[in-house]
Design a protein around this ligand. Sequence first.
Ligand SMILES: CSC[C@@H](O)[C@@H](O)C(=O)COP(=O)(O)O
Length: 353
Amino acid sequence: MIAAMRYENHVLHLLDQRQLPVVETWLALNNLESIAQAIETMVVRGAPAIGCAAAFALAIDVQGFADADSFGGYLPQFHRSIQRLGQTRPTAVNLRYALAAFEDLAKTFESKTPIKEVRLAMEDLANSLFADDLATCHAIGRHGAALALGQRISVITHCNAGALATAGYGTALGVIRAMHAAGHISVVYVDETRPYLQGARLTAYELEKEGIPYQLITDSTAAYLMQQNRVDLAIVGADRIARNGDTANKIGTYGLAIQCHYHGVPMFVAAPWSTFDLDLEHGTQIPIEERHPDEVRWIGKERVAPASAPVYNPSFDVTPAPFLSGFVTEHGVLRPPLKAAIATMSNGKGAER
Ligand SMILES: CSC[C@@H](O)[C@@H](O)C(=O)COP(=O)(O)O
C-alpha cells in the first residue's frame, strides 16, 4: 500500500517525496520544527497530507513536556507552534482546518489540565484526522466511480492527488483507483506538471505500482489529445475551494480546464469537504503560494535556464467555477450551479466544520 506517512511511538515517518520515484527514503521526525521544514521543502505535500502531517507535528510537540506539567505550561509554546505550522504553506486550506481542530481542542482544557491528558487527547485528534481523511478518500472514490457511467473511459489528471497527497488512496486518484477496480479505465493520461513534476514523479509512480494503465504526457500535449477526441473525462484535486466553487489547484489546472471546456470534456474536482473554505466568497481571495525560481530554472540536477533568469513561479492557479462540471466529495457529487450546491451542503454540514 502506498503511503506518505505513518505515526509510531511519537515519531512521524515521512516518505521523502523529493526523492521519488528513484529512491524510497523514509525520514523519522520527532519534533515540530523538522516537520514544519518537511512541509516547506515538499518532503510531504498535497493538501490533505499537509494537514495530517501538521496534526501529527502538534501531537509530537506536546510530548516533550514532563508528566508534572499542566496545559498552562505548554500554552505559550502551543500558540507558537500553531503559528509556525500555519506559515509553512499558504494555499492548502486543509492545513488551517487541522490547526483549527487543535485550537478547538485546546479550548476544552483548563490551565491546570494535566499534560498527560493533553498528550493523549492531541494524539487521539491527530490519529482521528488521519483516519477520517483515509475514509473520506475511499468515499470520494466510491462516489466518483459513477462518473464513468459504466463505460471504459480515458481520463486525464494533473499534479498528484493520490495516496501520497492524502492519508492514503487519494482524491482524484482515489476516483481513478475506484474506476479501475470496477474495470472502467482504459487509460489515464498523466500531465507531467511542470515545474515540480508531481505528475511524472508521483502520479506515474502510483499508477505504475498499482498496475493502472497510464501514459505520461507533457503538459502541452493535453490540448492535442483532446482535439483527437482521446480524453473522456478530466479529474483533478484541489487545495482550496471558495464558496462560489472557484478552485485553487496546482498551476496548470486552469489551463487544463479551459482546454476541457473548449473540447467539451467534463472536468471534475475531487476534494474532501475540508478543502472548501466557506469564509471566502470567491477564488481571487485565495492566497497563492509563489515558490523559488530555481524550481523553474532547474530540472532535477540540471540547470535548464540562465542561472539568474527572472522567473515567475506561482505554485497554484484558480479555476473559475463555470469551467467545472462538478465536485466529487465524500458526501456525493455536487453539480452546477456549484455555488448553490455548496450552500446546500454547508447548511447540512456546517455544524461539522
Ligand atoms: C489531494 S491533493 C490536492 C492538491 O493538493 C494537489 O492537486 C496539489 O495541487 C498539490 O500541490 P503540492 O504543491 O504538490 O502540495
